[in-house]
Design a protein around this ligand. Structure first.
Ligand code: CA
Length: 254
């Protein structure tokens, strides 16, 4: 898998290059937006995009990459720049990491996005989140928790279905609202919160839907494999509680 690293800090870029190579990826480095656009081609399989670049605005660059390619984009943003994340996701980025990030988190996100694009076709009949004992059946519009059907309303199921289409990837509130209610987000933001609270109460798995403050929600349960693969403990017995460490980090940085 060929990853384009867009990063103006040479030290960071070199370190990332080394980590990714060690993890079995091949990478290409670009130190600014112009180099990034030059390096982007049909072999590029993922873009890691630092939003703070010396020449082109990172959000603008994200939009320009997206205009040319459907390649997955993970942005790296500063801790305090919540608006950047929102704008970046609107501009077509798939996910983000907050600087300074743990490289294992980055590798987990890369694997989650890769899995999403290769192993979770949009027409998949069901999604099984093993860590939570939760199964989502799209055809029958049912959610099973430990084998038992949970009684969700139509809207609640629609929300779960949107999240389930992007497992382990943060879905902006705006996108959920657009897909569920077919409207603009501000008027429905509070309604979405209430529905998510109700879904959590009914499903009873607190860690299943993670709130990413200022951005949206993420369905967890798909990331631990990636963590363990990197750390060399592929056996299921070594799996950590899904999402636990990441959630703590995120709240501290919010
Ligand atoms: Ca930078």
């Amino acid at each position: 898998m060929r990853i384009l690293i867009v990063e103006d800090d040479d030290r960071v870029s070199q370190a990332l290059d080394a980590y990714l190579t060690k993890a079995g990826y091949s990478s290409v480095r670009a130190a600014d937006g112009v180099q990034a656009l030059e390096a982007l081609n049909s072999d590029t399989e993922l873009v890691l995009l630092d939003l703070g670049l010396p020449d082109i605005d990172g959000i603008d660059l994200c939009r320009r990459i997206r205009a040319r390619s459907g390649v997955p984009i993970i942005m790296a943003t500063a801790r305090s720049h919540v608006q950047d994340r929102i704008n970046g996701l609107r501009a077509g980025a798939d996910d983000f990491v907050v600087k300074p990030y743990d490289v294992r988190e980055l590798l987990a996100r890369i694997e989650a996005i890769t899995r999403r694009s290769h192993q979770q076709p949009p027409d998949a009949a069901r999604l099984h989140l093993q860590e939570h004992g939760v199964e989502i059946e799209f055809g029958t519009r049912q959610v099973l928790v430990d084998g038992e059907s949970v009684d969700l309303t139509r809207t609640e199921f629609d929300i779960v279905a949107v999240l389930a289409r992007y497992p382990a990837v943060v879905v902006p509130r705006e996108r959920i609202i657009r897909e569920v209610w077919n409207t603009e987000w501000r008027s429905y933001a509070r309604s979405l919160e209430v529905h998510v609270a109700s879904i959590r109460r009914k499903i009873g798995k607190g860690a299943l839907i993670e709130t990413v403050r200022g951005v949206g929600y993420r369905l967890t349960g798909g990331l631990s494999d990636a963590h363990e693969t990197h750390r060399g403990h592929p056996h299921p017995a070594h799996r950590r509680a899904p999402g636990a460490r990441r959630r703590v980090r995120r709240e501290r940085g919010a």
